[in-house]
Design a protein around this ligand. Sequence first.
Ligand code: PLP
Length: 397
Amino acid sequence: MNTDELIASSKEYIMNTYNRIPVVLVKGEGTKVWDSDGKMYLDFVAGIAVCNLGHSHPRVVEAICKQAAMLTHVSNLYHIQPQIEYARLLVQNAFPGQVFFCNSGAEANEGAIKLARKYSCEKHGPGRYEIISMENSFHGRTMATITATGQKKFQVGFEPLLDGFRYAPFNDVAALEKAITEKTCAILLEPIQGEGGIKIPDPDYLAQVRKLCNERGLLMILDEVQVGMGRTGTLFAYQDSGIEPDIMTLAKAIGNGYPIGAMLAKKEVASVFVPGNHAATFGGNPLGMAAALATLKTMLDERVVEHCAGMGRYFMAALEHLKQKHAVIREVRGKGLIVGIELTVEGAGIVSRCRELGALINCTAGNVLRFVPPLTVTAEEIDQVVGILDAALGEVK
Ligand code: PLP
């Protein structure tokens, strides 16, 4: 099939849940991807913050191939060596606790919501089950996670939503405190709101939320699905705030493209889950865990997180320079390599033009260009994309 035929078949046979860009991607290496017509792009989407080591990283490819040939899947009815090794490495690099493995970010958040409710029920008795999440947040597409997501557009048509969720404005501790009731058991938030438009809170915000949770006996759940695994210039985004959450959810970049979700909880909290409470057939299977182990070991061995922090500073400085040139840029914001440009116009046209010029970028919240390249991106690749962006922005009428 040629490209047009593939796209026509896609429209015929695949549900219309994405506004797909009319290219078929067939190959990737590092920051580069190629389409079915052989055109190369610099990929500053990276599967939406997934391929943090770049496409087809040789260590991850090798680990997947080796494991596939040895043991692909059994079941969590048995102990699985790469799962044990990965859980230990994850805990050693985050905070003391225990891990539950699943397949996606939404599933990790579902697990966190269930765990928080069960913990509260056991500790305080029934009726204290409410979770406060943030306005403008994003936590996934299942019924519980669209309820937790504080944006109406993801909920309309799917009502009734779940009972037991309340919302508070992001980055406003006083308002958060006001939203707490005698039924509240946990606060769920992203350290940086990704889908919501790269919204970065005040530097002491997480510490203040932690303090509030301690004072009121609430669990603090951090959704690091998008910002975890090195993206912000620390391995986990909370790690430069001086606090630890009680529960952290992860997904996207864990397997560098192999679908994996994880929920890490402090031991006291994790211990309320007993056999029969929660499960996932594929969660933490040998193939996925081999990918995850290779990904995290590579990140640590090759000091990828430090590289990300440096490239993030370099990228932000170049974009600040573009802001001086283009009135259409309202604000540049970012941390590490999760970077947004808020425009005074819709972003879709710029995304298309950048693609024509050889760069894949993405737009979120309507007018925020989002850049989440592989953390291994080079300064030269950043220069090229900034050049393309400069040209595309220069054409805005
Ligand atoms: N949480 C956050 C912060 C996300 O950014 C996303 C996806 O973009 C999710 C949860 C949902 O993850 P998934 O699409 O893997 O279910």
